[in-house]
Design a binder for this molecule. Structure first.
Ligand code: ZN
Length: 451
């Protein structure tokens, strides 16, 4: 039984329904949960709590990463000027060499970097399972437990290889029955539906151009029978739209809806090319969107209609996407990029700093079906929180601390996940970044075939 921990004299941004903020406030954690958040030093009953001085600090809910591909951490820097399809065709042969050891290295390094940039909960869309590669899902789940981040991995899949009219080479696709059996086994072994859960599984066939219609339908049925969520890529690029129009006779969003892939238990990555009608259908069905502005810019995919989705009431979270299409991989940067992308398209009022923070926290929690447990600093919610410097060289003196976070150059000071301190004073507590970096360099050479 550990004593409560109180962060005091800090600027608190709760992201509660009223958007409550306290310029000189407190957050108290106990037994893995937030027990108080408000103005002043905090309730008398917590006077004996371990105190952390929060002066010159901004406290926010931990950031939720709603879309990523951790294995890509060791294939960064390739096809830097290509479109999504060209980039994929360059990288599939590398990913065909994936092993549990390589993925363990990539996932630990990637999750460490996410933690160091404010992320307390991350999903992962793992869809490459080369034949005979071993237990890849186990490798990344154990890596997440080592780093200490709350984890929502997916059992992804591809079964539409080149010989069947798909994009990936046949060497990286699996057959339909293998995928369904592996998805069920992943749920049975790893999925924890409890409120404190550190591991929840979702089912995630990769995309319309790598998966058959039958697999999309059967994955949805399997996930719904098991009570787990569904995730895939939809409407990322014009190339994908053309593929869907030629192959299925409809847009990607319509294709998803026809297959039962819109609903409150679904969140979809990218959704860049959505009609107004599709935006309305996403909102009406409660379908979540993982907005990945850095990746969308890196691949020149376009600008997602996020303002329209938010105004319509659809859940929208932020994601770094795989780091082969977002080499910086900084979770906090997605808030900055989301603000810029919305404003490139819609002018200065298209996205505020607080809109971005809400997407990155409560929006992400909604996408993962955990808005009752995560995403805001309210008593009873998980003690997942990030403490940012606002007194450092690039931040001191900026008029509004939330502006520092989204428009400025934020620096993480502390990170707590379920009350456990993962980052302290800007340093990772759960692993040695120098060791992770040395291992990632070696793994990157191995997967490139140049060790
Ligand atoms: Zn992706």
């Amino acid at each position: 039984m550990t004593a409560p921990v109180a962060i005091q004299d800090c600027y608190v941004t709760t992201v509660d329904p009223a958007g409550s903020e306290y310029p000189s406030g407190h957050v108290v954690m106990d037994q893995g949960r937030v027990v108080a958040a408000g103005p002043g030093p905090g309730p008398q009953e917590f006077a004996g709590a371990t105190r952390i001085d929060g002066s010159g600090r901004l406290v926010t809910p931990g950031l939720v990463n709603t879309h990523s591909h951790l294995y890509q951490w060791i294939t960064r820097g390739y096809a830097t000027d290509d479109t999504l399809f060209g980039w994929l065709e360059t990288l599939y042969p590398f990913w065909a060499r994936l092993t549990p050891e390589l993925l363990s290295t990539a996932a630990a390094a990637n999750l460490a970097w996410l933690a160091l940039t404010g992320c307390t909960s991350s999903t992962d869309h793992l869809y490459v399972f080369p034949a005979g590669a071993g237990d890849l899902l186990e490798a990344e789940i154990l890596a997440a437990r080592r780093i200490g981040v709350r984890f929502h991995p997916t059992r992804g899949s591809m079964n539409l290889g080149q010989s069947a009219g798909g994009l990936p080479p046949d060497s990286v696709v699996e057959d339909h029955d293998t995928i369904l059996a592996a998805s069920q086994a992943a749920i049975d072994r790893w999925h924890d539906p409890s409120p404190e859960s550190m591991t929840r599984i979702a089912v995630a066939p990769c995309s319309p151009f790598t998966v058959t219609e039958e697999l999309m339908r059967d994955c949805a049925a399997l996930a719904r029978a098991a009570g787990v969520r569904l995730h895939t890529h939809v409407a990322e690029t014009r190339d994908e739209e053309e593929f869907c129009l030629e192959t299925y006779g409809c847009t990607p969003a319509q294709y998803a809806e026809d297959l039962g892939w819109l609903g409150p238990d679904v969140w979809l990555a990218h959704c860049v090319h959505l009609s107004d009608e599709a935006v309305a259908r996403f909102a009406a069905t409660g379908t979540g969107v993982a907005h990945c502005p850095t990746s969308n810019g890196r691949l020149g995919s376009g600008i997602a209609p996020v303002r329209k989705l938010l105004d319509a009431g659809a859940p929208v979270g932020l994601g770094v996407d795989g780091n082969a299409s977002n080499e910086s991989g900084r979770m906090i940067d997605e808030l900055h990029q989301a603000m810029l992308a919305a404003r490139y398209a819609g002018g200065p009022q298209a996205m505020s700093a607080r809109d971005c923070l809400r997407m990155a926290t409560m929006g992400g929690a909604r996408c993962l079906g955990r808005d009752a447990e995560l995403g805001s600093l309210e008593p009873g919610k998980a003690a997942d929180l990030a403490v940012w410097r606002i007194d450092h060289l690039p931040g001191a003196g900026i008029a509004d601390p939330v502006t520092t976070l989204v428009f400025g150059a934020p620096a993480l000071d502390h990170l707590f996940v379920g009350g456990q301190q993962v980052v302290a004073g800007g340093e990772l507590r759960t692993a040695d970044p120098a060791e992770l970096a040395a291992a990632e360099a070696q793994a990157s050479a191995v997967i490139a075939g140049t060790p």
